[in-house]
Design a protein around this ligand. Sequence first.
Ligand code: GDP
Length: 310
Amino acid sequence: MEPLVAAAGRGDIRAVARVISLIEDTDPRVPDVMASLPAPNKNPYVIGLTGSPGVGKSTATSALIAHWRSAGARVAVLAVDPSSPFTGGALLGDRVRMQTHATDAGVYIRSMATRGNLGGLAAATPQAVHVLESAGFDVVLVETVGVGQAEVDVAATADTTVVLLAPGMGDGVQAAKAGVLEIADILVVNKADRDGADDTVRELRRMISTVAHEAGAWRPPVVRTVATSEGGIAELVEAIDKHKAWLSASGENEKRRMKRTAHEIRSLALAMLAAKLGLRQSDARIEALATAVVKGELDVYSAARQIVLT
Ligand code: GDP
């Protein structure tokens, strides 16, 4: 493992890819590998990007990569799709990869999946981010699809969480319902070239204004983008930079690092427990127990107890 770890630490892309595969596979050597990774000589900036399918995440990612590359930064993208543990975010990652950055050595795009291990993705994502940090990337973008726990996990991994919405998708309302507003450091109304963009911006600003903010607290800005033509991308990067500056000026950086580390420990512990119990996302034992419950032969508590106590 030593040459592999050393190569990953030098930023060797193939070594980085292998280490992330070990993490996905929850290989027993991972704890040692992680412990021997060299500490990053600079702290890369971790940005979470999330939103419903079709809202423009991969287009925006591509535009952001172009922007950061022109500033000379090395960029890594982790595309995480928790909705499909087996195919993972392959489509998302591949879509970006196939666009303009395929041959650029300063860009690494990777889809993350876990092999059906319960809680695996929440535990694996921060580990993969550490590998990319160690490999010397300047920016790590973690992209997720879907609404729910995944966003919360991304927010827990990122310095700055960007939530992408589009006009006319009822997304404003969806966002509020799903509590996405609570995790967004920056809200983006993409497809601002479409009708209804002004209404969505107005609605989001109204929603933000109803949330009580303490003095000096960060108020999420609403940025308009047209990702297809890179419109508003410079403004989005500016908002990200402002948030970054606020994080360090307010001392929130340290608080977030603590919270993030606690979340990471919790995710790892839960994943370890699930592994110990042999719990998987798709689990024949649980299906058999469910059949028994549905038939009225068993209650759900007794079923769960059978998993945990036997
Ligand atoms: P994702 O599923 O969130 O990654 O969304 P994609 O980036 O694949 O975009 C979905 C569709 O919306 C694609 O056809 C894009 O070309 C289109 N799209 C993305 N951004 C914009 C935009 O700003 N304006 C318009 N009109 N279309 C966009």
